[in-house]
Design a protein around this ligand. Structure first.
Ligand SMILES: Cc1cc2nc3c(=O)[nH]c(=O)nc-3n(C[C@H](O)[C@H](O)[C@H](O)COP(=O)(O)OP(=O)(O)OC[C@H]3O[C@@H](n4cnc5c(N)ncnc54)[C@H](O)[C@@H]3O)c2cc1C
Length: 416
């Protein structure tokens, strides 16, 4: 078939969902244009490792062009899609229109500050390489400033690190940050009294990692407390002005560091789409993952809202995004053959979260467990999932080095 007559599939987003769609279509008689505003695919579950100086950005991101070097039916374009015209079937990119036969919108999510302007201005977040590096620079700078500060109260405030949100990201960041303070910075700053340093995790609800079974929530709390994290449940943050955190009950904590992990909403591109939205601005989709009234347009991953068999919304997880990417690709092929699309069914692979060295919680094949074994599974699973043999090797060596020598390698303060 002449290339020009092959159906044109445009995929917006080279995250977990978009990448899987493109890969599944590798051998299909189609033309694929994959678009992303960045030139890399980012492994977001390890972003917190950049923030705590455990890994460098290049170890958790991979150039999209390299990933698809051998895929002949795919062309990559770097740029931000600013408009999607569902009726006339084109997207706007870098000022020009790109027409499509099938469209896959896999634009992901962004941080939700719930309208707190001061929080957005002064708070730190973990969403992309830039925000993770900014967080790392800020954390390391606090130690430098504290080492020069004579006033003990001011010093204490500089060494008070607050994380808001007791979900997996908040828990992982709090555990890892506390270990950075206890094991690594203690050696770098021998004259700084790090007994003044505090890592505080604020959670508005009554439990950490609410989506996990009760025994794992309790284990997580226990493991974090063992790592000196001050966990405060049922504690709502009211405001942060860059110098002080105010809680809902009016009490304040002097601190210059607040890492916000308590909210996400669909990507900016989704705001402009004139379709039905559900909570967090996510697009309501059909079980086939396509848009109601637009069967050739699929919305998948974090940007999409679909419920599972129990009526619960599918979580914003990489596992959901990857499985949806596969189904969207298969459904496009079915539509091309004039067949009915299949409904998406999420196969839950289990839950896993790390709380630092030797500590993680897991629920796999219906069995809950925590501690060292869960941590070993977490380490090997994440090394396996990182893209690129070289990155896998480097991350493995890095983590082994950190493990034996308590020496996070990426303690660099760079200019933002
Ligand atoms: C800090 C953090 C930790 C996490 N930890 C875990 C974990 O442990 N386990 C887990 O399963 N999940 C985890 N997640 C969630 C997981 O990363 C997401 O569910 C997953 O990335 C969603 O995949 P996606 O393809 O929908 O979106 P993404 O992976 O976010 O990809 C979206 C892509 O679209 C691009 N894009 C957006 N808008 C445009 C536009 N207008 N034009 C062009 N390109 C655009 C973006 O640049 C991005 O590359 C974590 C997320 C974060 C932020």
């Amino acid at each position: 078939m002449n290339t020009i007559h092959k159906p044109h599939i445009v995929i917006i987003g080279a995250g977990f969902a978009g990448l899987e769609t493109a890969r599944t279509l590798a051998k299909a008689p189609v033309r694929i244009t994959l678009i992303d505003k960045n030139n890399h695919h980012l492994f977001q579950p390890l972003l917190y490792q950049i923030a705590i100086a455990g890994l460098l950005p290049s170890q958790v991101a991979y150039p999209v062009r390299t990933i698809f070097r051998r895929q002949k039916n795919l062309a990559f374009q770097m740029g931000e899609v600013t408009e999607v015209n569902l009726h006339e079937k084109f997207v706007k990119l870098n000022g020009s229109a790109i027409g499509y036969d099938y469209l896959v919108i896999a634009a992901g999510a962004r941080t939700n500050f719930f309208g707190f302007d001061t929080l957005e201005k002064h708070g730190l977040q973990l969403k992309d390489i830039e925000t993770a590096v900014t967080t790392r620079n800020h954390l390391l700078t606090m130690f430098e400033k504290a080492s020069l500060e004579a006033d003990s109260e001011k010093r204490k405030a500089m060494l008070t690190f607050i994380i808001v949100g007791g979900g997996p990201t908040g828990v992982e960041t709090a555990g890892a940050l506390s270990e950075l303070v206890m094991h690594v910075m203690r050696k770098d700053y021998p004259r700084l009294n790090l007994k003044d340093a505090r890592v505080i995790l604020l959670e508005a609800g009554p439990a950490l990692i609410a989506a996990y079974p009760d025994e794992l929530r309790k284990a997580t709390l226990h493991l974090l407390q063992e790592k000196n994290v001050d966990v405060r449940l049922n504690t709502k943050m009211q405001d942060f002005n860059g110098q002080r955190v105010t809680l809902a009950d009016g009490t304040t904590i002097e601190s210059q560091t607040l890492i916000w992990t308590a909210g996400a909403k669909a990507a900016e591109l989704i705001d402009a789409l004139d379709v039905e939205k559900a909570s967090m601005g996510r697009v309501r989709i059909e079980p086939s993952l396509s848009l109601p009234r637009f069967p050739e347009t699929f919305v998948i991953g974090d940007a999409a809202f679909l419920t599972n068999g129990n009526g619960q919304p599918l979580p914003m997880l990489s596992t959901v995004a990857i499985q949806q990417g596969k189904t969207a690709a298969k459904n496009i092929l079915r539509l091309m053959k004039g067949q009915e699309p299949l409904a998406f069914h999420y196969q839950d692979p289990g839950l896993l979260a790390t709380i630092g060295r030797n500590a993680a919680v897991a629920r796999i094949f219906g069995i809950s467990f925590s501690g060292f074994i869960a941590w070993v599974i977490w380490v090997f699973l994440h090394i396996y999932r990182i893209i690129g043999f070289r990155n896998r090797l480097i991350v493995m060596l890095n983590w082994a080095w950190d493990y034996f020598f308590y020496d996070n390698q990426a303690r660099l303060i760079t200019r933002d």
